[in-house]
Design a protein around this ligand. Sequence first.
Ligand code: ADP
Ligand code: ZN
Ligand code: ZN
Length: 741
Amino acid sequence: MEKLFADVIVDISSEKLDRSFQYRIPDSLAGQVKPGVQVWIPFGNGGRTIRGYVIQVTDRPACPVEKMKEICRIAEDQNNINSRMIALAAWMRENYGSTMIQALKTVLPVKQKTRQKEERWITLGISRREAEEQLEVYRKKHHVARERVLQAVLEEETVSYSLVRDKLHVTSQVLKTMEEQGILKIRSRRVYRNPVAHNEQGGGRLRLTESQQETADAIVSGWDAGDSRPCLIRGVTGSGKTLIYMELMERVLARGRQAILLIPEIALTYQMVQRFYHRFGDQVSVLHSRLSQGERSDQFERAKNGEIQIMIGPRSALFTPFPRLGLIVLDEEHETSYQSETSPCYHARETAIARAGMEDARVVMGSATPSVDAYYRSRLGEYRLFELENRYENRQLPRAQIVDLREELRAGNRSILSRRLQEAMEERLAKKEQIILFLNRRGYAGFYSCRMCGAVMKCPHCDVALSLHNGGRLVCHYCGYETKSPGTCPKCASPYIGGFRAGTQQIEEIVKKRFPAARVLRMDLDTTRNKDGHARILSAFANQEADILIGTQMIVKGHDFPRVTLVGVLAADLSLNVSDYRAGERTFQLLTQAVGRAGRGEVCGEAVIQTYQPDNYSIQAAAAQDYTEFYRQEIAYRQLMSYPPASNLFAVHASCEDGALLDMAMTYLRKYLRKIDPEEKAAVIGPADEAIPRIADRYRKVIYIKHEDYRQLVRLKDQLERYMEINSGFQKIRIQFEFNH
Ligand code: ADP
Ligand code: ZN
Ligand code: ZN
């Protein structure tokens, strides 16, 4: 049917984002009116015309057609940033199935009338020599916060106030006191003493190695030759990817365009940001999730006005409204935080590529362990692939060994610490080196496995681990398959079969008992609940206030502890046996990262990976730090089971307070899906309970649909949306769509 009506918003700079008005599209403009297009419309009764943005076109009128006014004409100035951001929101709505308002609110931050905050800078108020003496005093008195600032100012000369507050976690009170004592100066303008010397000192501009330079040159010459495909750099940690990003940014900036660098929040450390400040000075701005809406929109305003050229931040920095965006970089491309958990459930990589396409910008992604999806696309030629196999100066990667926990049991050791790990810990403690014990927990439900032979109970249809639920039921979260947990192992008949759960607290107790003299820190949700808890523990460990750090994935990302020479992965199976087709991928990534934590300094590190499945390819490849071998096996599994990226997977998540109503609705949805796809080209799986079947009194279920063709899934989604709109039975049901997640 022809799309005859346009929803228009007249004010995008305020909270009125959700006030849209509908207009008729005159025949003369048919086909030209699209989301993002700026139009002139009659407004109010006085015959006044104003400008507005089209956010949606539809064939269904929202009010009687006779009463509806007509769009006058299309505005002259079409290529403005607001138009482009609205077009991006429309793309997101279309591809991720949210409402247009949700998409707009994601893309355009609501502006609040706040006072423009000035960036402030900290410098020394005393001489360097005095400062060094003062630093010693702080060290002796254990004034760790003051020590951290002073150290930073000594190293950098000028540091950003907000960065010190947010990333070094120093309170404004402490800074004020230090200013009053004359130790620090706080100013609203950045002072460059001698920018060139400054750069050399901080190492902002390093000479690229040959392979780094080759990669950067190849990327740019591809661009110059008109190749606009996204680029993926697979480079082991420490191979200098960040340096390549900076090189590319510089070239983009030199052409009068701007750049966005996306980094998962957890990896957005002080050191990381400082490297960019060094090189690019105050052309750089940083976003993080602790900024208020107002502060965020201030930053966006500065970007719009051309005051800054580079924005660094997590997922949402992708929507920085640069007037001439030239480059989007995604660091740590594989990170799950690039996937939004709230509607629209967009993926930053896909959305970055879509935005770049609309604005003729380029996309570069980097990771030591690229997502299977991105690597698959590069192998298909959708992305250009660049690989850096060596660390800078060929620094050694740590040695990793796998310990078979089944052997431990056979040898009579029932502790979670294997004999090898205990030995290694003793050695390190004796040498006063530090240790990380890593619990790669993921998800909530436990799994069911045999301690004797390592067998894991899996769904016979989906080939993923079953989750253990109350009452000993084992459940598949894809298809809903259910079975009772067996009393003995179906493979080896051993009675040592059961649910597997392990907590950080338990482990802390075990470690303290075994190594009573060691100082132990624990980092998990409990110990980081209060503000700054996370950073406090990390800096205490970095300051060597403890010998052993025990924690979950929070501890293995983005932090450098040069004194850590041993990493123990306590049970690699914890992330391997999650009821999720990507469990192998996540395990490989987590283990590779964990192993990489050992031996960042001069001393070569060691990792011990404990597992009940020593033959598993994810574990073996991680121990060998061999990405391509992991990929080869993983993609074969995806192809065999038709999981993404070999096929496409569309999820319909539904929740409702009334469990019976939800059951019925999902059954209807399934029937409807069969009806609109009579040849069964799409595989419909479920409905099944979600991994967490009930949250906040709402029952939760999911249907999965697999199809080779992504567009067909989008078509099914559109039809489902219609079906649910028309049928009143779905009114009480909250639906969320997700593609390839
Ligand atoms: P990645 O982002 O791939 O993990 P980085 O860019 O962080 O790698 O580099 C890792 C370390 O090696 C950094 O401390 C960096 O300063 C150093 N390094 C990398 N390349 C060079 C180079 N060309 N010159 C000097 N130091 C380098
Ligand atoms: Zn067994
Ligand atoms: Zn199943």
